[in-house]
Design a protein. Structure first.
Length: 498
């Protein structure tokens, strides 16, 4: 029986790898990172508690009980070649992270939260695929969730060119550093065909890399645009013949968020697109970082916008306010020590006023964050909120208390959040996340009276001393209030890194 071509190819590949000099093999293996994790979720009802599933890139099942398995392999960039003692200008990078979940309904799901390949020249890279990343300026380790991109949903497949972190500009003697990116993505929604994503960001750092204090300024801009669907045909005020502007000649309108006078009539589109082409949103970010007696302090703010009124700050004080502290003694290997403390406050109540028509103003209010009339699932991907998880889809909320039909029935919130990480010796790690929110509904659909919500999670991780890079993970979480179902649950798992 002839051997299949795939088998022959595999044999040739193994022979080629083995024929590479052993030094080169070790060099390549040193650039690889691998991980695996297996565990199970249980809860007092069929919903997974809020903090067990939030900001996990959409991989945690929303229903319990459920099984979970994750594996990952990543090839890292090499910036300096120790063998040649030279800086490496060109390199490539890739990662794949499949996830298998199995819920109580006996249904298995295979997810791919990360699968990408990239190339770089010095500090500029081009990548394609799905990559787990956040969008915003703040404490990425312990945040409650960045406003525009919190890592709550599966990553959207895209192509992006940009810098790898902050890149100092030599002509400023490294005082000014830039972090920029420009990308195009594909939404693949189930209610509209051909929906595209445009993203870009620019961040400035003022202060040399080794300076004790640094200032940060930034902007991120996200746009859903293009698409067509049957449901739009039922709403001629939103689209002509169910089609949204999709021609690439309109791309400058998307990138620069502008429209010319009567452009929509000249191009055969409806009056809804006369204001802006697509669904625009993002945030202005500012931050300050300093060291005080060895303690690292980071203060930041993300100001949201969805239209011109919020871009010119008519929605002040809306936004995410945060402070992060990393104590100086966190590297002490003995005893109990807090290594990370983050406090945040999120408010989205103002929304440039409660009425869409603002008296005496040419701008509109009632910004209605994350909702949109043409894109009925708004700023979401595969059912999950892309931005802050405290603006939650109706499907994640207590169904017995919902009346508003919008995809996001609650986007006017006040949230107080605290998170902490700690260590005990060299084997134990602990974490705590807690949030208290007051929820007011949406413009034109207020909760009367406002609804309160408390969500908590405590976690621990024990590194097995006799099994290198192997840990046992335990997380316990609960919800009590009027937004999510009353619930208590947990996760137990085992993880391994190589």
């Amino acid at each position: 029986m002839p051997r299949p071509k795939s088998f022959t190819f595999l044999v040739l590949l193994i022979v080629c790898i083995l024929s590479v000099p052993s030094t080169a093999q070790r060099k390549f293996v040193d650039q690889l990172e691998a991980k695996a994790e297996a565990g199970a979720f249980v809860s007092s009802n069929e919903d997974t508690p809020f903090w067990l599933r939030t900001n996990q890139f959409g991989i945690v099942p929303t229903e319990s009980p459920a099984g979970f398995f994750s594996a990952g392999l990543r090839k890292k960039y090499v910036f300096f070649d120790s063998l040649s003692n030279k800086r490496r200008n060109f390199d490539w990078n890739a990662s794949v992270n499949p996830v298998l979940t199995y819920n109580k309904s006996n249904s298995a799901r295979i997810l791919l939260p990360e699968a990408y390949a990239s190339v770089r020249f010095r500090s500029v890279e081009l990548y394609a695929g799905r990559r787990m990343e956040l969008m915003g300026l703040g404490d990425s380790t312990l945040t409650s969730g960045f406003y525009s991109g919190s890592g709550n949903a599966l990553p959207i497949p895209k192509i992006q060119i940009g810098t790898i972190g902050f890149t100092p500009l030599r002509f400023t003697r490294n005082f000014l550093a830039l972090h920029v990116g420009f990308s195009h993505g594909w939404f693949g929604t189930n209610y509209l065909a051909g929906v595209r994503l445009h993203q870009k960001f620019i961040y400035l750092r003022l202060g040399k890399p080794k300076s004790a204090s640094k200032f940060y300024l930034g902007l991120n801009h996200n746009v859903l645009w293009a698409g067509q669907g049957e449901y739009l045909k039922q709403h001629p005020e939103l689209a002509v013949d169910g089609k949204l502007p999709s021609s690439w000649r309109f791309f400058p309108n998307v990138v620069f968020a502008y429209t010319s006078k009567k452009w929509y009539e000249k191009n055969g589109y409806g009056g809804f697109d006369s204001y802006r082409l697509g669904n625009h949103l993002g945030s202005y970010d500012v931050g300050f970082e300093t060291k005080v007696r060895g303690h690292k302090l980071f203060i930041y703010h993300q100001h949201p916008f969805e239209d011109v009124s919020s871009m010119i700050f008519l929605n002040v004080p809306d936004g995410l306010y945060g402070v992060n502290l990393k104590p100086a003694y966190q590297n002490n290997p003995r005893g109990f020590r807090v290594t990370h403390l983050t406090l945040e406050f999120l408010t989205t109540k103002d929304q440039s006023g409660s009425s869409f028509y603002l008296p005496g103003s040419k701008f509109q209010g009632a910004d209605n964050y994350f909702n949109h009339s043409q894109y009925v699932q708004g700023w979401s991907y595969q059912g999950s909120a892309i931005g802050t998880p405290f603006i939650a889809p109706a499907a994640d909320m207590d169904q017995s208390k919902l009346q508003n039909p919008r995809f996001y029935p609650n986007n006017r919130v006040n949230v107080w959040y605290a998170g902490a990480l700690a260590k005990l010796g060299t084997s134990w790690e602990f974490g705590l996340r807690s949030s208290i929110s007051r929820n007011f509904g949406i413009p034109g659909g207020s909760f009367e009276p406002p609804r309160n919500q408390l969500s908590l999670m405590a976690s621990s991780q024990y590194h097995l001393p006799r099994l290198k890079q192997t840990s046992i993970i335990l997380r316990l979480g609960g919800d009590r209030g009027e937004v999510f179902t009353k619930n208590f649950g947990g996760y137990i798992g085992v993880s391994k890194r190589w």
